[in-house]
Design a protein around this ligand. Structure first.
Ligand SMILES: O=c1ccn([C@@H]2O[C@H](COP(=O)(O)OP(=O)(O)O[C@H]3O[C@H](CO)[C@@H](O)[C@H](O)[C@H]3O)[C@@H](O)[C@H]2O)c(=O)[nH]1
Ligand SMILES: O=C(O)[C@H](O)COP(=O)(O)O
Length: 319
């Protein structure tokens, strides 16, 4: 292992069990900061309600750590918005935010737009498809940010069981992570090799830092943030926290292939010396009649740092 990665692992890997909500709440009050929690959600009616309810009960009512709890509805056609609102979240539909910037599909777009509709000094992102969700995830994610002003960005790490037709297997989840993201990061950004779960959807950052980097519209957003925050703030401003175990809804292999395509596009865009690349992905999918070849566009759009959007808006208003 590289000496710098070993040092980083030792210095910047935390455990959520080190923080109790009361201690984190006291640290938050001392720091005088506010916390926004954002759940991006596309058709998550089965899981989003329990996550919102757990956060609301434990971290708004019992320990008032969270100042705003927002579900970014990414265009759901199921009852996600109604379920989330009933459980106590503010629900914002992506199409209502920065409409002059157009409608772009994808998870990263929901996260980018969430910066425009929230105000917390710390922003925590949590996927809305988590099963048996533990609200201590949020306590663990903000812990390092409140404890150390040198930390600007914290990713969750965890064991990843895999739900199979035969039952739950204790490990084996995170297939895109193991087959694409980790080899890519090790090859091109080895300083980031210490991140156990580089694609985790549970992470937190200081608003000022999150607003200073671009957001990739789709599933490349996590890899993009890692690489861009490394560039912007350095690896010592980045940390990870052990959250225990995380279960989520698994996507089929073909969908993971398209996710991998978006992540690859994101990585290639950050390595211009790699030369131009095609954003088309041809998949061979089983159908009733045999195998069907389907072509997908896995190109992604880079959304500019939110602070430049704010500056342009202020300029326009002033002009
Ligand atoms: O267009 C979309 C697609 C997804 N989501 C939401 O984003 C979250 C994560 O999406 P999911 O499809 O469950 O991703 P995973 O298969 O879990 O992928 C992993 O890897 C991705 C790529 O890095 C990350 O974005 C995920 O957070 C991480 O859990 C969920 O709440 C989705 O509802 C949206 O809001 N809009
Ligand atoms: O994070 C990943 O690598 C992908 O979301 C796939 O996860 P899964 O193998 O647990 O479905």
């Amino acid at each position: 292992m590289r000496a710098d990665v070993r040092r980083w692992l030792h210095h910047r890997t935390y455990s959520a069990s080190a923080w109790q909500p009361a201690d984190v709440l006291a640290a938050k009050r001392r720091a005088g900061c506010t916390i926004s929690v954002v759940l991006p959600a596309l058709d998550e009616e089965r899981t989003v309600g329990a996550i919102v309810a757990a956060l609301r009960t434990w971290l708004i009512e019992d320990h008032p750590l969270i100042d705003e709890l927002v579900v970014m509805d990414s265009g759901s056609t199921d009852r996600t918005a109604a379920v989330a609102a009933r459980a106590g979240a503010r629900v914002v539909h992506v199409d209502t935010v920065l409409p002059e910037h157009g409608r772009v599909p994808g998870k990263g777009e929901a996260l980018w737009k969430s910066l425009a509709v929230t105000t917390g000094d710390l922003v925590v992102f949590v996927d809305a498809d988590l099963v048996a969700f533990d609200p201590r995830f949020v306590v663990g994610l903000v812990g390092p940010l409140l404890a150390d002003p040198g930390v600007g960005y914290v990713k969750g790490l965890y064991d990843r069981p895999l739900d199979t037709p035969e039952g739950l297997v204790p490990s084996g989840g995170g297939r895109v992570t193991e087959l694409l993201a980790r080899p890519l990061l090790n090859a091109w950004w080895p300083e980031l090799a210490g991140f156990v779960q580089p694609l985790s959807g549970e992470y937190a950052g200081r608003r000022a830092l999150l607003e200073s980097v671009p957001f990739v519209s789709g599933y490349g957003v996590e890899l993009g943030l890692l690489v861009d925050i490394l560039e912007e703030a350095g690896v010592d401003a980045m940390a990870q926290v052990d959250l225990g175990t995380r279960r989520h809804g698994h996507q089929p292999d073909a969908a993971l292939g398209r996710m991998a395509g978006q992540i690859l596009q994101t990585a290639l865009a950050r390595r211009p010396s790699a030369g131009p690349s095609s954003a088309e992905l041809l998949q061979f999918l089983g159908s009733g009649d045999g195998i069907e070849a389907v072509n997908w566009d896995v190109g992604v759009l880079e959304r500019p740092p939110m602070r430049s959007v704010r500056a342009a808006e202020q300029h326009r208003r002033g002009a």
